[in-house]
Design a protein around this ligand. Structure first.
Ligand SMILES: Cc1cc2nc3c(=O)[nH]c(=O)nc-3n(C[C@H](O)[C@H](O)[C@H](O)COP(=O)(O)OP(=O)(O)OC[C@H]3O[C@@H](n4cnc5c(N)ncnc54)[C@H](O)[C@@H]3O)c2cc1C
Length: 567
C-alpha cells in the first residue's frame, strides 16, 4: 500500500492533452508502451478541432517546392529567431506527417489528378497549405482519434491535471482531478508528455477556446522547467468584431482583400509585394495602425476594418470556405457573398512555451512537451499560418518516440508521498480560502494584457502591466471557491486555471519588458527596430525561489543568415 490517501493510477507514459500534438504523441508511444491520455475536455473538443485553414508541407503539388524553401520561409517569417536545425526537422518531416494522416483516411481536398490540393497562406512563397475545406483541424482530429480508439489507447476524459510531480529533477507523474466527481488521483508514470496547448485566454480578445489557459506551461514552470520566448504572442489579423471568432487566413489565401473606411486596399502601402498574404505580424500592425489613426470603421473609425470576400461569390465560398461563410452568417448575421465582414485583430497563438530540444525533451528528465505548449523553437518571433498543425504532427510523433526511448529499462520510482500531500492540500485550500473571486481577477487580467501587453508595447505600459499582474497574483493567493459541490465544479476548475493564466501572463509581460527591440510579433514603440547585435537570442525563464529569473540562449543558425525582412 502506498500510505497516501489518494487513488494511484499507473501507466508507463502519460500524455496530458488530447489535441493533435497529444494524440500524435500517444499514437506513437502506445505502439510499444502502456500509454494513457488525459484531457480536461472531451478529446474531440480540444482546440485543435477549431483549426480551419490548413497544414503546411512542401509537397510541390501546385508549384515546385522543397523542404529548403519551406525552411527559408519559416525562418524569415520567424524574424530569424527560430532555431534553424529544428526548422529543418519540421520541414523535412511535414510531408510524411500529412501522408501518414492521409493514409489513415483523412479526407483532404484534392486536385483533379488525385494529389492533395494546396492553397497559398501568409508568408509562404508557394501554395503549400494542404486543407480539408476550412475545417482541417476537425478532419485531422477525427481521423487520429479513430486510430487511437483502434489501438485501444486509454483516455481519461474530463480530468484536469493540476501539477507535475518532480523529485530529484525527474518527472514522476502528475496530480489530476476527475471533474466528474471531484476526486483527485496521483498518476504515476515513467514519463510525462505535456501537450496542453496555448494560453490565449490571458487576453481579452482571442480566437482561442476557453480551455486555452496555458496549464502545461505553468505546471512545467512551477516544477522547475525552463520556459522560452513567452513575449512572442501571435495576434491574428482577421477576427469577427464582437466575438473575435477567427476568420481563417484561407479567406485571404483564396483572394479576400482588406479595406479601410475609404475602401482603400491599404495593405498595398504596407507590404507591396505580398499585400494581405504578408506574415501575420505585419498584417496585424497594418490593420491596427489604420484603426489607431482613425481610418477604420465603427466608432470614430477606431474599431475595425473590412474583409471583402464578395469577389469569390457564393459558390467558391460554399465550396472552399464553408465554415467562414457559416460563421459570418451565424455570428455576425452577414452574407459574406454580399457584404464586407467587420474584422479586427485578436490574440491567436502562443509562440513561447516549455523549452525543448529537438527530441521534445524539456530541461527536466522524463518530462517531454510538444505542440503549442512547447517551444522547440520552430516559430521564433512569428509563426506562419499552417505551420502549427505541421508542428503538432511532426513533434507530436517525435515526443512519443523520445518518451519510448527514455522509459526503456526505467523502473517506476517510489511514491513521493510528501510532494503528493503538499499538492493535494493546495487544492483543498481553495475551498477554505478567502473572499477574492476568480471571475473578477480573470477579467482584470485579460484587460491588462490586452491594453498593455498587446500589439504595440512600450516600457511604461509593460512596467505597469507587470505590477498589475503581480498585484492580481497577490489577490489570487486569497481566492476562495464558494461552490462546494464536487460534481463538475467549474468554479474550482476555473480557479485552478486562473492560477496558470497568471503565471503565463507574468512570463509574457516580464519577457516583453526585458526585450528592448522589435522582432516579429513583439513590437516595442520605444525600440522600433530589430537589434541582431544584442537580441538575436532566446529568452529563457525559470522559477527560482518563487520569482521569475531570466537567462538568454543564442539562436541556432545553420543556413540562413539574418537579413532585412521585406514582403
Ligand atoms: C481558431 C483557430 C484556428 C486555427 N487554425 C489553424 C490552421 O488552420 N493551421 C494551423 O497550422 N494552425 C491553426 N491554429 C493553431 C493550431 O490549431 C493549434 O496551435 C494546435 O492545434 C494546437 O494543438 P495542441 O495539440 O498543441 O493543443 P490543443 O489542441 O489546444 O489541445 C490541448 C489539449 O490539452 C488538454 N489540456 C489542457 N490543459 C489541461 C489540463 N490541465 N489537464 C488536462 N488536460 C489539459 C485539453 O483538454 C486539450 O485536449 C488555429 C488555432 C485556432 C485557435
Amino acid at each position: 500500500m502506498s500510505g497516501v490517501d489518494v487513488d494511484i493510477i499507473t501507466h508507463e507514459i502519460l500524455v496530458i492533452g488530447a489535441g493533435l500534438a497529444g494524440q500524435m504523441a500517444a499514437l506513437e508511444a502506445s505502439r510499444y508502451s502502456d500509454t494513457a491520455v488525459l484531457s480536461k475536455v472531451h478529446p474531440l473538443r480540444s482546440h485543435s478541432v477549431a483549426a480551419q485553414g490548413g497544414v503546411n508541407a512542401p509537397l510541390g503539388n501546385v508549384a515546385p517546392d522543397d523542404w529548403e524553401k519551406h525552411a527559408f520561409d519559416t525562418v524569415k517569417g520567424s524574424d530569424y529567431l527560430a532555431d534553424q536545425d529544428s526548422v529543418e526537422i519540421l520541414c523535412k518531416n511535414a510531408m510524411t506527417g500529412i501522408l501518414e494522416i492521409d493514409s489513415y483516411g483523412a479526407i483532404f481536398d484534392r486536385l483533379p489528378d488525385g494529389r492533395l490540393a494546396q492553397r497559398p497562406f501568409g508568408g509562404g512563397s508557394f501554395p503549400r497549405t494542404c486543407y480539408a475545406g476550412d475545417a482541417t483541424g476537425h478532419e485531422l482530429m477525427n481521423t487520429l482519434y479513430g486510430e487511437l480508439m483502434k489501438n485501444n489507447v486509454r483516455f481519461y476524459e474530463e480530468w484536469l491535471a493540476t501539477s507535475l510531480i518532480v523529485e530529484d529533477d525527474i518527472c514522476r507523474g502528475m496530480i489530476a482531478i476527475n471533474l466528474k466527481n471531484g476526486e483527485a488521483a496521483y498518476f504515476r508514470s515513467k514519463a510525462v508528455i505535456v501537450a496542453t496547448g496555448g494560453c490565449g485566454r490571458v487576453y481579452e480578445r482571442t480566437t482561442n477556446s476557453h480551455q486555452s489557459t496555458g496549464d502545461g506551461i505553468a505546471m512545467a514552470y512551477r516544477a522547475g522547467a525552463a520556459v522560452c520566448d513567452m513575449e512572442f504572442v501571435q495576434f491574428h489579423p482577421t477576427t469577427l468584431v464582437g466575438t473575435n471568432i477567427l476568420i481563417s487566413e484561407a479567406a485571404r489565401g483564396e483572394g479576400g482583400v482588406l479595406l479601410n473606411a475609404v475602401h482603400e486596399r491599404f495593405m498595398e502601402r504596407y507590404a507591396p509585394a505580398m499585400k494581405e498574404l504578408a506574415p501575420r505580424d505585419i498584417v496585424v500592425r497594418s490593420i491596427q495602425t489604420e484603426i489607431n489613426e482613425g481610418r477604420g470603421l465603427g466608432e470614430k473609425g477606431r474599431e475595425f476594418v473590412e474583409l471583402d470576400l464578395r469577389m469569390l461569390g457564393k459558390d467558391i465560398l460554399s465550396q472552399k470556405l464553408p465554415q467562414v461563410y457559416k460563421l459570418a452568417r451565424d455570428f455576425a448575421n452577414m452574407d459574406a457573398a454580399e457584404e464586407c465582414l467587420p474584422v479586427q485583430p485578436a490574440q491567436h497563438y502562443t509562440m513561447g512555451g516549455i523549452r525543448t530540444g529537438n527530441s521534445a525533451d524539456s530541461t527536466i528528465r522524463g518530462l517531454f512537451a510538444c505542440g503549442e505548449c512547447a517551444c522547440v523553437s520552430v516559430h521564433g518571433a512569428n509563426r506562419l499560418g499552417g505551420n502549427s498543425l505541421a508542428e503538432t504532427l511532426v513533434f507530436g510523433k517525435i515526443a512519443g518516440a523520445a518518451a519510448l526511448g527514455y522509459i526503456r529499462r526505467k523502473e517506476l520510482a517510489r511514491i513521493p508521498k510528501a510532494i503528493i500531500e503538499r499538492e493535494l492540500s493546495s487544492i483543498n485550500a481553495l475551498f477554505t480560502g478567502g473572499d477574492e473571486h476568480e471571475a473578477e481577477i480573470k477579467k482584470e487580467l485579460q484587460k491588462v494584457m490586452w491594453n498593455m501587453v498587446g500589439i504595440f508595447r512600450n516600457d511604461a505600459d509593460l512596467t505597469k502591466a507587470l505590477k498589475a499582474i503581480r498585484e492580481l497574483k497577490a489577490k489570487y493567493a486569497n481566492i476562495g471557491v464558494r461552490d462546494e459541490c464536487r460534481i463538475f465544479n467549474t468554479e474550482l476548475m476555473q480557479a485552478i486555471e486562473l492560477g496558470f493564466l497568471l503565471d503565463n501572463a507574468e512570463m509574457i509581460a516580464f519577457g516583453a519588458l526585458l526585450r528592448r527591440e522589435s522582432r516579429g510579433s513583439h513590437f516595442r514603440t520605444d525600440h522600433p527596430l530589430r537589434d541582431d547585435t544584442n537580441w538575436l537570442r532566446h529568452t529563457i525563464l525559470t522559477m527560482k525561489n518563487g520569482t521569475t529569473h531570466a537567462d538568454y540562449e543564442p539562436i541556432r543558425i545553420t543556413r540562413f543568415r539574418p537579413e532585412a525582412r521585406t514582403y
